[in-house]
Design a protein around this ligand. Structure first.
Ligand SMILES: *Cc1c(COP(=O)(O)O)cnc(C)c1O
Length: 421
């Protein structure tokens, strides 16, 4: 019966069998993912019950947004999930980049220095830092930036120690590899770094860019003493339901500073309507542990199947997955193009479109992207992108339904074998 369904998607028997077999081999891995899912689902539900999430929290507010109870309860729920003193979860935070930028501007003064200990941060942050002297960048306001490269795919503690000085005020750790092939750090590894950093400079602020890493493990970086943790609601924590927004969780005095920077010093967290999104944010958060677990299973299935047909992935199928992104080294541009087309043609929305390589602002090479999602640009939904340069890596992530991801996998192999059909 199911094979007949796969036939409707033009998948051949040998590809169905390959994926079915791989899925069976991943039984133990999937059980481990389910255990983390169970733990995180209970953690989220517990925060809902403890904070008495109620029907009234779905009512819309207008104007200044004083007494937007739904917004306030969301922030309490986030603080509980992350085990932090406070949280800022807002529709006015337009993306992950904005959330990170907000923190960097709020917590640093002129002549302070920021140090990234996971190499050069995510692409979009280069303009925030002001690497090309952008107006309104951190550099423009005399906030300095430095970074320590990774060594053997791990923190280079000697180098980090050398780079910490009197001016170092905030240290950035990017959990996820982003668009590189390094490993993504586990929260245990981040914990080791935090202990080391605080040992050198007790009062330094440690910020973690948690994008794509939320709910992947049983803990979050804030459980290990990260002072501030940041991410986007159109990735893991939005569960595919939140339409927009970003979150910042951490110490109360730091969250206060971020809120003063987001609104105004006299206003802080007291204002800012939630554009009738409280229900979506809460429902998405409730579903997020399940959605993340499905995405992780899909990612594992992709990794092991691609290993079998002769492609390298990061992480490799037998390594620990610390975020939902899988990098697949496809070696040839036409393979990358076929891969992205197959992902697009397996999407819920705009499945009929044909992605092509094109120029993108902020990228050195042309990029191909596949994304057919309910929420525009959402990368907790099935999506991938790949820069047109060697070794032609597809960065794949998401999928709200495990079986959609499984089909997409079969379709990518079909396209790579037979061309786009
Ligand atoms: C996605 C991402 C960001 C930026 O988030 P946007 O919402 O796309 O602005 C920052 N850091 C990492 C590691 C990311 O994956």
């Amino acid at each position: 019966m199911i094979n007949n369904m796969y036939k409707k998607f033009n998948i051949d028997d040998d590809i169905i069998n390959l994926v079915e077999e791989t899925e069976k081999e991943l039984h133990d891995e999937f059980n481990k993912i389910n255990k983390v899912y169970e733990q995180n689902q209970l953690k989220v539900l517990n925060a809902f019950i403890k904070n008495e999430v109620s029907e009234r929290h779905f009512y819309e507010s207008t104007g200044y947004g004083y007494n937007d109870d739904g917004r306030d309860v969301i922030e309490k729920v986030f603080a509980d999930i992350f085990n932090t003193e406070d949280a800022l979860v807002r529709q006015q935070i337009v993306s992950g980049t904005h959330a990170i930028s907000l923190v960097l501007f709020a917590l640093n003064k002129s002549n302070d220095n920021i140090l990234s200990i996971t190499g050069m941060p995510y692409d979009t942050l280069k303009a925030v830092i002001g690497l090309n002297n952008e107006v309104a960048s951190l550099k423009y306001y005399d906030i300095g930036f430095d970074y320590a490269e990774l060594k053997n795919d791990y923190f280079d503690f000697d180098e980090i120690k050398k780079k910490i000085n009197d001016k170092t005020n905030l240290i950035m750790i990017q959990k996820s590899k982003g668009y590189s092939s390094r490993h993504s750090f586990s929260n245990e590894e981040i914990s080791e770094a935090i202990k080391f950093l605080k040992g050198i400079k007790t009062d330094v602020i440690v910020m973690v860019d948690n994008c794509y890493g939320e709910l992947v493990e049983e803990t979050e970086p804030s459980d290990y003493g990260a002072d501030i943790v940041v991410g986007s609601l159109i990735k893991n924590l939005g569960g595919g339901i939140a339409k927009s927004g970003g979150y910042i969780v951490g110490k109360k005095d730091l969250i206060d500073l971020c809120s003063y920077r987001l609104t105004a010093p006299c206003l802080g967290k007291e204002v800012g309507i939630s554009y009738n999104q409280n229900r979506n944010v809460l429902e998405g958060l409730f579903l997020a542990p399940q959605v993340v677990a499905n995405a992780l299973k899909g990612s594992r299935l992709f990794a092991k199947t691609y290993y079998k047909i002769g492609y390298k992935t990061y992480p490799s199928y037998d390594e620990k997955f610390n975020d939902i992104v899988l990098a697949i080294e496809l070696k040839k541009p036409d393979v990358l193009e076929n891969f992205c087309n197959a992902i697009q043609h397996s999407s819920t929305v705009d499945s009929f479109l044909k992605p092509v390589f094109s120029d993108m602002p902020g990228y050195d090479s042309k990029v191909i992207m596949a994304s057919g999602s309910f929420v525009s640009g959402s990368s907790i939904e099935l999506s991938c992108d790949g820069p047109l340069r060697e070794p032609y890596i597809a960065y794949f992530q998401g999928g709200l339904s495990y079986y959609q991801i499984k089909l997409a996998l079969m379709k990518t192999i079909t396209y790579i074998k037979n061309g786009n059909r």
